[in-house]
Design a protein around this ligand. Structure first.
Ligand SMILES: [Zn+2]
Length: 423
């Protein structure tokens, strides 16, 4: 038997949570550990307590609301996402996964759906890392012991605790955490001892589902990616007095290199490959000075490591190359392999879509999510809900409430299949 969640209750949640951090023009600014974050957690506690769920909090302010199953010895099935946002973000990124998890528990309790395992809805703290970088912070800390060695340093506990508020430049993450209303013991953290598998529902944040006329994405993996910086050293001097032919302009060199890089990567002709230069550092960054130092970021993503290697070979070929008398230096920042979701759980999501007659397709995730870290600890999968015009991390972010309800319904039925599958 397949179950649907409640459209009106879902709509009510979307409207209610949109108030916590309402920026006044359709979106929200809800930083982790802020007053607005606290309001969203108050609402989570209120709604989850109302259905008889037990609330737990860990030492990183992650929150867990659990309803019992028929087997008191069974491990928990967990569903979760984050409730923080970027500055002037939308009403769906992250919070939709929390609302969907709540909706699943509410539907189970309301319809009295039998299940063996306890089921938990959870909130991850500081996924966006908007005030306290990096992104996907606490899920990384929680699964630290299971992470590959090359990823561990990026989420190391003492480093994360020392992360400094990017706005006030003084408060550390540790200090903000100590002041936060919702804090508990480390023993409440997600663990293999207590939990059996993990689901995360999230908006797609891209245009693929909408373009294909599909409501739901059955996510099969998070794309592998690498991150490099290209650096250029020149000579600074006066913009008015120094002749053009004698200059070593690092910004001009960087722009020539960027154009050449795009040309070469595009020649690989891989339609699914995405790569971005989104950040540039220019010194001295003064309009009357020739720039003597520039570096820019390069973020490259694709499922197939062989394709990533081809791009990497192109990027590395720029190392030591001269552009207008400035030498390019290629610096690796970090990389991650494609993470494939648990095959059984992906199958349960697919079957649930079919049983509910939801329009769906397989899809890759190009963005990182809490689920990606959790997958190192527990069998994990994700469900994507169609994003209007593919927009996200902005106030225009929108998903149809009907699609949101369908996403929660797909997760509910997949959770019930997992409930039968695991001991
Ligand atoms: Zn998110």
């Amino acid at each position: 038997m397949a179950y649907f969640c409640d459209l009106n209750r879902m709509k009510d949640k979307i409207q209610t949570f949109s108030k916590f951090g309402d920026a006044g023009h359709g979106g929200i600014t809800r930083y982790a550990l802020s007053k607005e974050d606290e309001m969203a957690r108050d609402e989570f506690v209120k709604r989850m307590t109302a259905i008889g769920a037990k609330i737990e909090i860990d030492d990183l302010a992650n929150m867990y609301a659990t309803i019992d199953g028929s087997d008191p010895k069974a491990k928990r099935i967990v569903m979760g996402s984050h409730c923080d946002s970027v500055k002037n973000g939308g009403n769906y990124d992250g919070i939709l996964g929390v609302m969907s998890a709540m909706e699943v528990l509410e539907t189970i309790v309301e319809k009295n759906i039998p299940h063996k395992h306890p089921i938990t809805a959870m909130i991850w703290t500081n996924e966006e890392g908007s005030l306290y970088p990096p992104a996907i912070m606490t899920s990384g800390m929680v699964v630290y012991d299971y992470l590959p060695d090359n990823i561990k340093p990026s989420v190391e506990y003492s480093k994360m605790m020392a992360s400094i508020n990017v706005l006030d430049k003084t408060t550390t993450y540790k200090e903000a955490l100590a002041k936060f209303k919702y804090i508990g013991p480390k023993s409440n953290r997600l663990s293999r001892d207590k939990y059996v598998c993990n689901f995360e529902t999230h908006i797609e944040q891209g245009p693929i589902l909408e373009d294909a006329g599909n409501e739901i994405g059955v996510v099969d993996c998070v794309l592998g990616m690498f991150n490099y910086r290209l650096e250029f050293h020149g000579q600074t001097t006066h913009a008015g007095t120094f002749p053009m032919n004698k200059r070593k302009d690092a910004l001009y060199a960087a722009s020539l290199a960027l154009v050449e890089l795009h040309k070469k990567v595009d020649e690989l002709n891989r339609p699914e490959l995405v790569y971005t230069t989104g950040e540039i550092v220019c010194h001295p960054d003064v309009h009357t000075c020739v720039p003597d130092y520039v570096n820019f970021s390069l973020d490259v993503r694709h499922e197939d490591p062989k394709v990533l290697e081809k791009v990497l070979a192109i990027v590395k070929s720029f190392d030591g190359k001269e552009f207008t008398k400035c030498t390019c230096k290629v610096i690796p920042m970090w990389n991650r392999d494609t993470v494939y979701w648990d095959k059984d759980l992906v199958k349960f999501v697919k079957e649930s879509c079919e049983e509910l007659k939801v329009k769906h397709q397989y899809i890759h995730s190009g963005a990182g999510h809490d689920a990606q870290f959790v997958s190192y600890m527990l069998p994990t999968t994700m469900i994507f809900v169609q994003s209007k015009n593919g927009l996200s991390h902005c106030e225009d972010e929108y998903s149809d409430p009907e699609h949101c309800m369908l996403g929660a319904s797909v997760m509910l039925n997949a959770v019930l299949k997992a409930d039968k599958h695991y001991e």
